[in-house]
Design a protein around this ligand. Structure first.
Ligand code: GRA
Length: 383
């Protein structure tokens, strides 16, 4: 497998790095501390074409592919993880619409997501249905020409600010996995209320609940056929997990960079601390975790770019990258000591943000379940 970047991919990475360093980094600490939602950055990333990598030109995209998308995700994750979430909330729904919606729905919903005009989100998780997606309680009951949606979605990135969203609910609960359906809805309408939720990190990315009470969805809001929702949701997660994995590589890299820089400056016992083997041990492990995770992300992205199934490779990459982010952030904090723990320096933000990658978009245990069931021959991940 060849990971040599094309000119376009290298240019996309440079553009994302430049944007992240010039436009995101200067206020990253402040945005995190003040929980600032940066609508302006969503617009700028739309102007720069960051949301279009997976989308053909006819719907406003550049079609640069999954590897380019992963490179952009890593650059954003490295500088400020919360801003990487914005990217995923635009690209994830746009790509799922591309794969599963009809022509009219694609024309209506994809371009505003790609431009960054419509803030997107996806709503799967519920208070009693996290890892166990099929346990969701939301229902969309047929009513004349449309549906009436009732249910509570929780831990939804962008819930407080989203204009539109991909929402999952049962149209026929008796059919379990085959009775769930997917909808694309406008959220600034009667029948939706929102409740922000606080978390330990990723503060500049608002998270919350979406509460649907007799929310009317027209027939044209359904994506795919009735009963295809679980499959659409799983397909959606395969792609958004890849962006997540790439973002986690960015966090791992930022932590490694911070640790190396500090180890080259800080002197104790008459020498730079980088001279101590215990610090070198940590740095070496950080480099290995980061590089291995990046290779796994590139492999999963390259498979998608060549049209091959990559559920297994995405789960491996997501698990490895989340662990790499958490390991590297923890190691960086140990190396920087009080400066790592201090809220005046960026490492503690990396440490808080790294944890999210072990939880969101399918926890570490869910990725391991998918990987182990495949290895044991119980259920092939790529089918
Ligand atoms: O055999 P069948 O016809 O009944 O079909 C089964 C299977 O083939 C059925 O679903 C099919 N299926 C799939 N089809 C296409 C399963 N996986 C796939 C797939 N990838 N593609 C039932 O399958 P099953 O394996 O028996 O289902 P299950 O045990 O109920 O669930 C499987 C599993 C645990 C893997 C799944 O529920 C899962 O992935 N859970 C994790 C949920 C998750 O990732 N949630 C994240 C929510 S979003 C989020 O975190 C937002 C963060 C945003 C941000 O900050 O970035």
């Amino acid at each position: 497998m060849d990971f040599e970047l094309s000119e376009e991919q290298a240019a996309a990475r440079e553009l994302a790095r430049d944007f992240a360093e010039k436009e995101v980094l200067p206020t990253a600490a402040k945005d995190d501390k003040e929980h600032t939602f940066r609508r302006d950055l969503i617009t700028k990333m739309g102007d720069l074409g960051f949301y279009g990598c997976l989308i053909p030109e006819e719907y406003g995209g550049s079609h640069l592919g999954f590897l380019a998308h992963a490179l952009i995700s890593e650059e954003l994750g490295r500088v400020h993880s919360a801003i990487r979430v914005y990217l995923n909330m635009q690209v994830g729904p746009a790509h799922t619409l591309l794969e599963c919606a009809n022509e009219e729905q694609k024309k209506q919903h994809i371009p505003p997501l790609v431009r960054g005009d419509s803030i997107g989100c996806f709503a799967i998780t519920e208070p009693d249905a996290g890892s166990d997606v099929a346990a969701m309680k939301a229902t969309a009951v047929r009513d004349g020409k449309g549906y009436i949606l009732n249910g509570t979605k929780t831990w939804i990135s962008n819930a407080p600010v989203a204009d539109t969203g991909l929402v999952f609910a049962y149209t026929d609960r008796s059919q379990r996995h085959h009775g769930m359906s997917a909808f694309y809805v406008h959220l600034n309408q009667p029948g939706v209320s929102r409740r922000p939720l606080e978390k330990s990190g990723t503060h500049a990315s608002p998270t919350g609940e979406l509460i649907f009470e007799n929310f009317a969805i027209p027939e044209r809001g359904r994506i795919g056929m009735e009963g295809e929702g679980f499959r659409i949701g799983m397909q959606h997660l395969t792609h958004t997990r890849l962006s997540c994995a790439a973002g986690a590589v960015g966090v791992a890299r930022a932590a490694r960079e911070a640790a190396v820089s500090y180890a080259n400056q800080r002197e104790q016992f008459g020498q730079k601390i980088g001279q101590f083997q215990m610090i070198q041990d940590q740095i070496a492990q950080m480099v290995v975790h980061e590089e291995a995770a990046r290779m796994l992300v590139c492999r999963a992205a390259a498979l998608a770019d060549s049209g091959k199934p990559n559920n297994l490779e995405v789960s491996i990459a997501k698990y490895a990258a989340a662990e790499a982010a958490a390991f590297n952030a923890e190691a960086a904090m140990k190396i920087l000591g009080a400066y790592g723990y201090s809220t005046e320096f960026p490492v503690e933000r990396l440490w808080r943000d790294a944890k999210s990658y072990q939880i969101v978009e399918g926890s570490g245990n869910i990725q391991k379940l998918i990987i182990a069931q495949d290895a044991l021959g119980y259920r092939k991940a790529n089918r």
